[in-house]
Design a binder for this molecule. Structure first.
Ligand SMILES: [Zn+2]
Ligand SMILES: [Zn+2]
Length: 135
């Protein structure tokens, strides 16, 4: 079983999860670009109950393309995005890969919302590409 550990930039929020990631994806949707402040988000999803967070997260909730809310949780002190939970994917916590302590093992297997990817982005590796979602 994988031991996943990470936290925010200022260190007030820490988390751990002893679980195998359910999926690792890159998301090019415009909301993930806004939230991360970067060209795309890389998410490592783990079973929600396996995730233990210490420190206080603030939550911003917005309706996703599924029509259901997505809860984006971040450190209120330094603003680091930590985890997303989508009502459309119950029981799954999507950790932002940049917040992991050890990122060397992260290998995304898919890219979603490629329709809204920034035009310069060309990523290597063998990833399935979806114009929106696999569903
Ligand atoms: Zn912080
Ligand atoms: Zn997204």
């Amino acid at each position: 079983m994988a031991h996943i550990e990470g936290g925010c930039l200022c260190g007030r929020v820490r988390y751990r999860a002893d679980a195998e990631p359910a999926f690792i994806s890159i998301c090019h949707c415009t909301d993930c670009q806004k939230f991360s402040g970067s060209a795309f988000a890389t998410v490592v999803s783990v079973p929600g109950p396996a995730l233990q967070v210490s420190g206080t997260l603030k939550t911003f909730t917005k309706t996703g393309s599924s029509g259901k809310p997505i809860h984006r949780r971040f450190c209120p002190e330094c603003g680091s995005g930590i985890v997303e939970e989508a009502d459309a994917l119950p029981g799954i916590a999507m950790l932002n890969a940049g917040s992991l302590d050890d990122r060397t093992w992260v290998k995304p297997h898919s890219q979603i919302y490629c329709d809204s990817a920034q035009p310069w982005v060309r990523l290597g590796g063998e990833m399935k590409r979806f114009s929106k979602t696999p569903g």
